[in-house]
Ligand binder design. Structure first.
Ligand SMILES: NC(=O)c1ccc[n+]([C@@H]2O[C@H](COP(=O)([O-])OP(=O)(O)OC[C@H]3O[C@@H](n4cnc5c(N)ncnc54)[C@H](OP(=O)(O)O)[C@@H]3O)[C@@H](O)[C@H]2O)c1
Length: 341
């Protein structure tokens, strides 16, 4: 396809998108008509059917990360999308992508941009949508499951037969982590509220601990990997439940975890803070697990795009079971949305 042709085509079109004009409450998320993104030779334009909500979205919205993500507003949030390719750049075409391909992607944009009808992304971060998932289920996978994979496989060096404890096992990252650990042959202990024990056992957990009743750091047995997907513990507390060469991995940096990540390089027990980034190879591995029936998305709730504020409130509540997803393909033109006057 001629790139110039694709560019002039996209330039003339508008799309509906959620635009964050200023940091603050969820009422700052406004549906607006903005130009469709233009693609470069390496990119594809995805017609987004579903996008998922991650805690980083509302942390960005609140301005919690404005000192470390220097990007000007207005911007569109959303790192996870599932949809169909609408346009293909020249080099992306050489890599085998075609209009109409059903795909998922972990956006490589600073703020994501996925809460929109169209998203332009580098074709390297795009992967064929697993056939076992609906678009809504598939949209849950990229950021949260990449985090879980990177924590367990890259940082935790998970091997079949390892004993793995996952804290926050019912949330977005945790629910994928349980399944990935099980698929790779680990013995999985899942820590979550008792109400979710049946669910995490269905996902593959061998043992469960109710964090309201028992501190998992006090259970008197050891694990090769402790993955605290919700970062409610510290490396210091978890050392006693790690094997002599065990790995502790958190999802949020703290003064202790950053310091111990450096210091523990010289010790047998290691401390890590995972940082998820778009990674086509990891996403392909995750899609393969989904296609094998070993990874699925637990849908907490699905909101139409014009109820993005409610979706953020749900995520901010801190008790999501699985993933909160936005359905973007609903006919926005017929919806009364919180748009700007
Ligand atoms: N570093 C990175 O690259 C990266 C990537 C992804 C996520 N993160 C961060 O990781 C954290 C988790 O992300 P997520 O998407 O999994 O969030 P989430 O889906 O919103 O997590 C919700 C889950 O947390 C559980 N939970 C709450 N308090 C808990 C506690 N004290 N002990 C155990 N579980 C508890 C809840 O279970 P109950 O309802 O039973 O309480 C709920 O199932 C967030 O802070 C996020 O920002 C970091």
């Amino acid at each position: 396809m001629a790139t110039a042709e694709a560019e002039s085509e996209t330039h003339t079109h508008l799309m509906q998108a959620v635009v964050l004009k200023q940091y603050g409450g969820e009422d700052n998320l406004l549906i607006k008509s903005i130009p469709r993104p233009k693609i470069t030779a390496d990119q594809v334009l995805i017609r987004v059917h579903a996008a998922s909500v991650n805690p980083i979205d509302w942390k960005i919205r609140q301005g919690m990360l404005k000192w470390i993500i220097p990007e000007q507003l207005p911007a569109t949030l959303g790192f996870d999308v599932a949809g169909e390719i609408a346009e293909v750049g020249y080099s992306a075409k050489q890599r085998g992508w075609n209009v109409g391909d059903a795909v998922i992607a972990f956006s490589d944009k600073t703020f994501g941009g996925g809460y929109a009808e169209y998203l332009a992304v580098d074709s390297k971060v795009v992967v064929v949508k697993p056939e076992t998932c609906s678009f809504e289920e598939a949209a849950g996978i990229p950021l949260a499951a990449t985090t879980a994979w990177k924590a367990l496989v890259k940082l935790g060096q998970l091997h079949a037969g390892d004993d793995v404890l996952i804290n926050g096992a019912s949330g977005g990252v945790g629910s994928y982590a349980v399944q990935i650990a099980k698929a790779l042959g680990a013995n999985v202990t899942a820590v979550c509220s008792a109400d979710n024990h049946e669910l995490v056992r269905e996902l593959g957990a061998d043992e469960t601990i109710d964090y309201h009743a028992t501190r998992f750091t006090d259970i008197g047995r050891t694990f090769d990997i402790v993955f605290d997907a919700v970062s409610k513990s510290s490396f210091h507390e978890c050392r006693r439940i790690l094997t002599p060469e065990g790995h502790y991995i958190a999802t949020l940096p703290s003064v202790e975890s950053v310091g111990m990540t450096m210091i523990s390089k010289f010790q047998k027990q290691s401390c890590h803070v995972v940082l998820a980034r778009p990674d086509g190879d990891i996403l392909r591995s995750l899609a393969a697990l989904a296609n094998e029936g070993k990874l699925r998305t637990v849908l907490d709730s699905v909101f139409p795009l014009n109820e993005v504020a409610a979706a953020h409130r749900k995520s901010e509540g801190g008790h999501v079971v699985g993933k909160v997803v936005l359905n973007v393909s609903k006919d926005l033109a017929n919806e009364q949305s919180p748009s700007e006057p």
